[in-house]
Design a protein around this ligand. Structure first.
Ligand code: GDP
Length: 281
């Protein structure tokens, strides 16, 4: 990932251009961090084009938090869907909501004599929220690309979905908000940005601290360690001892224990844990 502004500006322009071609936008968020994984410019970019907020990685996020987020969007009058793109869960709902949203527009077209015009959609989101996975999941095995006849492949590639829907085969990549340290940490915890941005040991320590605060029980149960009223470093040490992350001479292997905790958190092994709730706004 290259974070330099020139690159960001270029991708934003591309997203803007592609947005003009579609009837509906699927804004993909990571359900564990719906605030940190949201591009701050997206609302302006999308304007008043129909939009569905897709909260992906439902399997890795807390059911209670998911309910709260759906309610939050409902109140704002925005359609939101919970999805597990990796397993293909919730994708049908995206299609049915889209058809519903665009119904009036299609009927108006029909009255004008324009029939069977496909509904076009595109997926946008920051890196690692699951855009490619969702495209594959929506496309399914029966998918067919349109407009990819040899020789005329220069244009956009549209994937035919059920219900007269077409999906742009390349997602719109946007960038998260960087100025806020909390956002950076949340993105790093979930693996959206590379570990190089902050060293793994510090990152894992911050994660332990965060989990002590928001999910003490899952942390305690996963590693059989005491977590209440303790310094994060002491908890980390205990986890290292329990998991045998020790170097010769009996010292703690901080790199190993850090990687272990981060991996297990990212894979949902510590639990289905959401880091941001609507209350945090
Ligand atoms: P993109 O950068 O937005 O295109 O994200 P990818 O589609 O490459 O997905 C990033 C990572 O998240 C991959 O390892 C996917 O397998 C994983 N992933 C995507 N959707 C889900 C999901 O719903 N649940 C889980 N557990 N993993 C997912």
């Amino acid at each position: 990932i290259n974070w330099f502004p020139g690159h960001m500006k270029k991708t934003k322009e591309l997203v803007k251009k592609n947005l003009k071609l579609v009837d509906v936008v699927f804004e993909l968020l990571d359900a564990r961090i719906p605030l940190s994984s949201k591009n701050p410019d997206i609302d302006v970019l999308v304007g008043n084009k129909p939009r569905i907020v897709v909260l992906n990685k439902q399997d890795l996020s807390s059911d209670e938090a998911n309910k709260q987020w759906i309610k939050y969007y409902e109140k704002k009058g925005i359609k939101a869907v919970l999805v597990d793109a990796a397993k293909g869960k919730g994708t049908e709902k995206i299609i049915s909501i889209t058809k519903d949203m665009i119904k009036n527009k299609m009927e108006r077209l029909k009255e004008k004599g324009i029939k069977n015009k496909p509904i076009r959609a595109m997926i946008v989101g920051v890196p690692n929220v699951g855009k490619s996975t969702l495209i594959n999941s929506l496309a399914g095995s029966k998918s067919a690309k349109t407009g990819n006849r040899p020789g005329v492949t220069k244009g956009k590639q549209w994937i035919k979905l059920r219900g007269n829907l077409e999906l742009l085969d390349t997602p719109g990549i946007l960038w998260p908000k960087f100025e806020d340290e909390k956002v950076g940490l949340n993105l790093a915890f979930t693996g959206a940005i590379k570990d190089e941005i902050i060293d793994v040991e510090t990152l894992a320590l911050r994660l332990v601290e965060k989990l002590q605060e928001i999910a003490p029980l899952p942390l305690k149960e996963r590693y059989s360690v005491e977590v209440e009223d303790r310094k994060p470093i002491d908890v980390l040490d205990d986890i290292a001892l329990k998991r045998g992350c020790i170097i010769k001479g009996g010292e703690i292997d901080y790199t190993r224990v850090a990687r272990l905790i981060l991996d297990e958190f990212r894979n949902g092994k510590i639990g289905s844990i959401t880091l941001e709730y609507p209350d945090n706004i």
